[in-house]
Design a protein around this ligand. Structure first.
Ligand code: SF4
Length: 449
């Protein structure tokens, strides 16, 4: 896991121990964040001593009275250090107002322009100054950064995300009365989620009141995982990926053919699809829950079997990925047969076009190979389906309904899914599920995996 924001220089002689504790707790990288010109020098020295530590440089809003041409020049020089990955923390603090607002705003703009000119992301501190922060970011065309220790409302989080900013969640999310932050932490789409300690400040529960350190990041990760209904391992992967996407510390992962979410193993067999759904996440991102699903080429059955290893280790093996799995029917049959022979449980997530793709009824061929199928119905009628899903054939909706009826005959567990778009009549979809005698799952837009 990456602690995307802490202040290591404040630990003085204890730094070696703090780094040791962090490594023992599974922290692989630490970003130590500059606040004033003296601490920045120390920050850089720490990065040179510890391979796992990277830095950002900048003048905190509290300190902006000290920003002048000479300091700005120094920040520019330090920003070219190989372990400096961003400009920050910079921004506005109207809570303490240690520097006059006007001075803070001018310093913020100067540092934003520096970040843009040198192509580095920014780490934003904003306290009781959200509207001015967003206006200044917009006016200066800044869309690459992170809102550190986010403490705003859900609507403010949405505005920051719309601008392209990551939302970093701190240990505050573990506090019982932190309702607003919990709501934000639950909502932030995977693609925009980051995690931090802000050590030595803001120790999470159960360490609240003590001095914070990067090793305590796991408490925040645990709270986040519980709120979002996923595992700590998932939070680790998602937030590590996002820190790397923003700060470019490590290479991003290559397209994966098998990926784990919670205790299910998903198989990414193709990126092709017979629909072009308007909500499809693959048109906006390569990632699902921190996994890169953009394939360089489609995998073979042998590669998939090797990637699965022991199918009994997982609750289920799911043919899914970024595309329609039944485009590769023969491969599914081969791999599913092997999974069943080796004691695994098989599910397929499909758009229900299998019969149309192969010009025959395919489900009899899958009897005994598949335990469960999840079919995207996505609409209450043909017209809405065609508008939302843009299928490759105009009568696809009727075919999907026939596919569901057929699945009931050959697959033990059949479920249909619907995304809660405003043009979809969920009640009617529930009635369709009931008339077909299948379970229905309503998926929220932006909730994938
Ligand atoms: S059916 Fe699934 S993979 Fe295909 S376009 Fe729709 S959402 Fe995307």
């Amino acid at each position: 896991m990456i602690d995307s924001h802490c202040h290591l220089e404040m630990f003085g002689e204890e730094i070696p121990e703090i780094i040791k504790n962090a490594s023992a707790a599974g922290i692989t990288k630490i970003l130590t964040i500059g606040s004033n010109i003296e601490s920045i020098e120390e920050t850089i020295r720490i990065t040179e001593q510890y391979p796992m530590v990277y830095a950002t440089v900048g003048i905190h809003p509290h300190e902006t009275k000290s920003l002048n041409d000479e300091v700005l020049k120094k920040i520019f020089e330090l920003s070219r250090h190989p372990k400096v990955v961003g400009i920050g923390e910079i921004g506005l603090d109207y809570h303490y107002e240690y520097s006059p607002r006007k001075v803070q705003q001018e310093a913020f703009i100067l540092q934003l322009n520096l970040a843009r000119d040198i192509g580095l992301p920014v780490v934003i501190h904003s306290r009781e100054a959200f509207d001015d922060t967003i206006s200044i970011l917009k006016e200066n065309n800044i869309n690459k950064g992170v809102m550190h220790c986010f403490s705003g409302s859900l609507s403010q989080a949405k505005k920051a995300i719309k601008l392209g900013f990551f939302i970093s969640i701190s240990g505050v999310v573990t506090f019982k009365n932190a309702k607003k932050i919990k709501e934000v932490a639950k909502y932030v789409p995977d693609d925009y989620l980051m995690i931090e300690t802000d050590a030595p400040y803001l120790a999470p529960e159960p360490m609240r009141g003590k001095r914070n350190e990067p090793a305590f990041l796991s408490y925040t990760a645990k709270a986040l995982a519980e709120l979002r209904g996923i595992t700590i391992e998932d939070i680790d992967r998602i937030t590590t990926l996002n820190a790397n996407r923003l700060f470019k510390i490590e290479n991003l992962p290559k397209g994966e053919i098998a990926y784990k979410i919670r205790n299910s193993l998903y198989l990414n067999v193709t990126n092709r699809c017979t629909n072009v759904c308007k909500f499809c996440i693959r048109f906006h991102t390569d990632y699902v829950k921190g996994h890169n699903l953009r394939l360089e080429r489609e995998p073979s059955a042998k590669e998939l079997i090797e990637a699965i290893g022991d199918p009994k280790k997982y609750k289920e093996i799911v043919f899914c990925g970024y595309g329609e799995p039944f485009l590769r029917l023969d491969l599914i049959k081969e791999v599913a047969k092997w999974v069943k022979e080796n004691g695994g449980y098989v599910r397929v997530n499909t758009n229900g076009h299998g019969n149309m793709i192969h010009n025959r009824k395919i489900l009899p061929e899958l009897a005994g190979l598949i335990d469960a199928v999840s079919i995207s119905l996505n609409a209450h009628d043909k017209e809405t389906y065609n508008k939302i899903c843009n299928p490759f054939k105009p009568d696809a909706y009727e075919e999907v309904i026939e596919f569901i009826k057929d699945a009931k005959k050959y697959i033990p567990s059949v479920q249909i899914t619907v995304v809660d778009l405003k043009e979809v009549d969920i009640k009617k979809c529930e009635e369709i599920a009931s008339s077909l005698d299948v379970k229905i799952k309503i998926r929220h837009l932006d909730e994938v995996g």
